[in-house]
Ligand binder design. Structure first.
Ligand SMILES: [Zn+2]
Length: 369
């Protein structure tokens, strides 16, 4: 007999989401069904719903009516007959990263390189993502969602569901910091340091041993709060006051920092990114995990002459999320400075527009289900 569940669905871009009864999924094969307890509200979701198909026509949204929701957490309700290592009752985060599971990239543990790479409940990266949305139509803004067993990340007992809805942005930060290599003795520019990703990178880089952080953003109050986390390791700069590159070079005897990460949002200007890049020393590494878009003019002679490394990093693997869960369990990464702010599912539309109401990256926004 068909069972129903409540879900928030978007019927058309530009409309509000509506709460309605839809068919509840069942678990078969290697899939599991999770009873959703909460789902992170990405600060960028309003933008994605309103603008994505215009800005990035190559990146499809899930077909409407669609259940969005990028960062679900909950309790495993049912597992398919082929599932190993996941059982009903497990407290879990559901990694929304989807891929085919069978190509060379997937087999190598690099699903982001798969032709079917998709962020479930959010958007895809090319038309192949429509196949993934067909197979996994549930984001986290509903009561039960189906997901492949490879997406399941068990949560430690000392991490609440409300905190765990931040796993997506923390995981993205963690994957970027891992790409920086050993951090001892190194310095890092974080451009957009007080935002959701920026605070995440700060927490992860401090935990993993960075020696010095040059934290850059516009407003000083949140930067000062960030600096208070480790005053002996963090210096702050408001880029409304001048050039980030000039400031960092003045703090490093003219050399520049070893590393830089850009975490700015989708509507940020490229000038800020470009300025921060030039605060990086010869042979430095620059990683982009932000949403800034557009053509960036780069002097390729500088790139070669100074042996610069430019890297993109998108999301993370389930293996990285499992590592992150352990670092949260044992206290290596302390997220007690992040304050959850939640709405019930019925107030989903208020939640989408409410993401500017907190303290930048210090607030974790979520919907409780
Ligand atoms: Zn694949």
């Amino acid at each position: 007999m068909q069972q129903l569940m409540r879900a928030a669905r978007l019927h058309a871009v530009g409309e509000k989401m509506v709460i309605e009864d839809v068919e509840r999924p069942r678990a078969t094969g290697t899939d599991v069904v999770v009873e959703v307890k909460g789902c992170g509200m990405v600060p960028n979701l309003g933008n994605v719903l309103a603008n994505w198909e215009t800005w990035y026509p190559q990146m499809p949204l899930p077909p409407r009516p669609a259940i969005f929701g990028l960062d679900p957490v909950g309790i495993v309700h049912e597992v398919g007959e082929m599932v190993l290592n996941v059982k009903p009752g497990d407290r879990v985060y559901v990694n929304p990263g989807r891929s085919c599971g069978a190509c060379q990239s997937c087999a190598a543990g690099t699903p982001q390189k798969c032709d079917y790479w998709t962020l479930n409940g959010y958007f895809g990266y090319n038309p192949n993502s429509l196949e993934m949305f067909k197979r996994y139509p549930h984001g986290g803004f509903c009561e039960y969602m189906r997901a492949p067993q490879t997406a399941i990340v068990k949560l430690p007992d000392n991490i609440e569901f409300r905190q765990a809805t931040r796993m997506g942005y923390l995981g993205t930060s963690y994957a970027a910091v891992k790409k920086m290599g050993p951090l001892a003795g190194k310095s890092l520019i974080i451009n957009g340091a007080s935002g959701t990703l920026g605070v995440g990178v700060t927490l992860v880089a401090l935990a993993l041993g960075i020696s010095r952080i040059y934290a850059v953003a516009r407003g000083l109050p949140l930067l000062q709060r960030l600096q208070a986390l480790a005053p002996e390791r963090i210096e702050i700069f408001s880029n409304t006051e001048g050039s980030t590159a000039t400031w960092v070079k003045s703090r490093t005897g003219g050399a520049g920092a070893d590393l830089m990460v850009d975490t700015l949002g989708a509507v940020a200007s490229l000038d800020s990114l470009k300025d921060a890049m030039h605060g990086v020393r010869r042979g430095g590494r620059i990683i982009n995990i932000g949403g800034t878009a557009g053509d960036l003019s780069i002097d390729v002679k500088w790139w070669m002459d100074e042996q610069m490394e430019l890297l993109g990093s998108v999301w993370f693997t389930s293996a990285e999320a499992i590592e992150l869960a352990e670092l949260l369990r044992n206290g290596t990464i302390d997220i007690s400075v992040l304050t959850p702010k939640s709405w019930p599912l019925d107030d989903i539309n208020e939640a989408i527009s409410g993401v500017a109401s907190g303290d930048g990256g210090f607030t974790s926004y979520l919907v409780e289900i």
